[in-house]
Write a protein that binds this ligand. Structure first.
Ligand code: AMP
Length: 209
């Protein structure tokens, strides 16, 4: 199955994606994680995008589209994928349609207060990208990932100034994708407020699996 996970930062796209990958046996492709890995490795891409990401702005469409196009050309996504964090603009969605056929778009519906609460406590594993939360989902051993033992840290772009900017960017550039995909009959709305187990149940029901 070829899916897009659409929603504001902190809506829980990455958290559900980890569960959905297991259920659907497909790859999760998170453009944010690819950029963060490039930053950590100080590759030319990482050096180019670091200040943009830290400020909560979007990487340019040309760079992002090229990255996803290359990733979707690989064999391991022939039978399906979950795009987590892509597309984020109308031009990205239009470009995607030229090189892949998406089956469904899951729209994570959550009010701003929910986003602020989640991002305020979010902690991420530097190695496997798993998301924890300082209150709702703490790692068993502080600072260490339960799944791979990697270092758990707070993303620079989860700091309050960057979070506000990311929400603004989401509303201006990404939210129009809701109508774009609804008009194509691909959109499924999911209430992103409950805990992840309940969202998994609703997600499966919505896909009829
Ligand atoms: P995420 O992990 O999805 O929250 O992404 C973190 C950051 O990476 C975003 O705030 C953007 O700066 C950048 N980014 C991720 N995906 C995209 C995209 N599709 N287009 C442009 N920038 C992106």
């Amino acid at each position: 199955m070829k899916l897009i996970f659409l929603g504001p930062p902190g809506a829980g796209k990455g958290t559900l994606a980890v569960r959905a990958v297991d259920i659907l046996k497909v790859q999760q492709i998170s453009t944010g994680s690819i950029f963060r890995a490039a930053i950590a490795e100080e590759t030319p891409l990482g050096l180019k995008v670091k200040s943009i990401i830290d400020a909560g702005k979007l990487v340019d469409d040309e760079t992002t589209i090229a990255l996803v196009k290359e990733r979707l050309a690989k064999d391991d996504v022939k039978n399906g994928y979950i795009l987590d964090g892509f597309p984020r603009t109308i031009p990205q969605a239009e470009a995607l349609a030229t090189f892949s056929t998406v089956e469904k778009v899951i729209n994570f519906d959550i009010p701003d207060e929910g986003v602020l609460e989640r991002l305020g406590g979010r902690q991420v594993c530097r190695k496997c990208g798993f998301n924890f939360h300082a209150i709702f989902n703490k790692p068993s051993k502080e600072g260490n990932c339960d799944h791979c033992g990697g270092e758990v840290y707070i993303r620079d772009d989860d700091k309050p100034e960057a979070v506000q900017k990311r929400l603004e960017v989401y509303r201006a550039q990404t939210a129009p994708l809701i109508d774009f995909y609804r008009a194509k009959g691909l959109l499924i709305d999911i209430d992103a407020r409950p805990m992840v187990d309940e969202i998994v149940v609703n997600f499966k029901k919505a896909l009829g699996i």
